[in-house]
Structure formats: structure tokens, C-alpha cells
Design a protein around this ligand. Structure first.
Ligand code: NI
Length: 216
């Protein structure tokens, strides 16, 4: 199979897996991350094929929806496609490391440019107007309150703590979304993140104004 056919088959495979997912992690999230990853790959001169495969497969083993943190589905799909072993390892390594695991959790520091690009693309889709929309969609899926003045945002030291956290959707901005701008790997993504970050700040400040309504 040539590369174009592999990407097309992978796209169909991912679409069929994510068909019943809520809007925070549905096919359209993957499609946006895939497009952004291609854009970043070109700008940052990353291997496009590896980036595309990792972007397309990055959420089919998502811990938020699966039990555990395995990448079984990703690996078996790549093996099924008869991708060379070193590339299977490369894509699996990216997929395993792309997910945000809590603010204080140490992650490995030496990243390939392909990993950097896919991670940035996924993080860019978590911020800005779409990031806000996805966050409330996920909060609805988890039946979280929009906001609760009694619950303060937390800093999660371990991935276990982050997974278990029962917070509000508004706190998620402080626990994750506002931190992403400074965690972008590539300069291209850093630039895109700025406007998206500023928009979220405006949103949260308007939200709080309305919550604490006072006649002017
Ligand atoms: Ni994702």
C-alpha cells in the first residue's frame, strides 16, 4: 500500500472507532488536529507521514475513554498495515506521550520534531474558541458543574490525581487550558497559541462578571 492509501485507510478506521464519541474527542477533533499537524510539519520540517499517522491515531486509545493508558489499538492497527517496525515504534511513542497528564507531572524532555508537532497540534485544539467549546462539551459528558465558587482549582502532581479529579469546568481553565500556551514546543505553535489564549482570558473574565453580577 502506498502512503496516500495508508492515510486514507487510517482515516476511515479512526472515523469508525470515534463515531459515538462526544464532541470533545470526536472525529472532528482528530480532523482539526490532523490538519494543524500537517501545517506545523511543513513549517517545522518534520516527517509528514509519521506526523499524519500519529495525529490520526492519537486519541483512539485515550485514557479518558479507555481503562488504563495502553496504546493497544494504535499498535495493532499499524502492525495490521505492515508499517516498518521502527516507524511503528516512532508513532506509538508519539501517541503515548501526546496526552496532557496534569500540570506538575514530569514529562521526558527530549522530543523528536514529529512528537513536538503532534503534541502542539493537539494542544492548539484545546485552547481558543474551540477549546472552550470542547471543554464544556466534555464537562457535560462528565456531568460537571460549570463553576462552583467553593471549589478551588488544583495542581495535579501525578497522572493518577489528574485522572481522578472531580473539578468544575471553569477550574479546568486554570488546571490545564491557561497553562498550554507556555507548553508549546514549536515557534509556529507558540504564535498561534497567543491569540487563542487571549480569547480564553476574555471569555473567563466575562463569565465571572456575569456570575458575580452587580448592577453598575
Ligand atoms: Ni486529542
Amino acid at each position: 500500500m502506498n502512503k496516500t492509501a495508508i492515510i486514507e485507510k487510517t482515516k476511515e478506521h479512526v472515523q469508525s472507532i470515534l463515531i459515538h464519541h462526544d464532541a470533545s474527542h470526536d472525529w472532528w477533533h482528530i480532523e482539526r488536529v490532523w490538519r494543524m499537524a500537517c501545517y506545523l510539519a511543513e513549517k517545522e520540517q518534520a516527517n509528514l507521514f509519521v506526523v499524519e499517522l500519529a495525529a490520526l491515531l492519537h486519541d483512539i486509545d485515550d485514557w479518558k475513554f479507555n481503562q488504563g493508558n495502553a496504546i493497544l489499538k494504535t499498535k495493532s492497527w499499524l502492525v495490521h498495515l505492515q508499517i516498518p517496525q521502527n516507524m511503528v515504534n516512532q508513532v506509538c511513542h508519539i501517541v503515548e506521550n501526546v496526552t496532557f497528564k496534569g500540570n506538575l507531572v514530569q514529562t521526558h524532555s527530549s522530543k523528536s520534531i514529529e512528537e513536538a508537532v503532534v503534541q502542539d497540534a493537539d494542544r492548539l485544539d484545546a485552547i481558543g474558541a474551540i477549546g472552550i467549546a470542547r471543554t464544556f462539551s466534555y464537562g457535560g459528558y462528565k456531568k460537571r458543574p460549570l463553576y462552583d465558587p467553593a471549589i478551588a482549582p488544583a495542581q495535579h502532581k501525578t497522572f493518577e490525581e489528574y485522572k481522578k479529579s472531580e473539578s468544575t469546568t471553569l477550574n479546568h481553565f486554570y488546571e490545564k487550558l491557561f497553562l498550554l500556551k507556555d507548553k508549546m514546543n514549536t515557534n509556529t505553535a507558540k504564535k498561534i497559541a497567543e491569540e487563542r489564549h487571549a480569547f480564553m482570558e476574555r471569555f473567563v473574565s466575562q463569565f465571572m462578571c456575569e456570575w458575580d453580577f452587580k448592577e453598575k
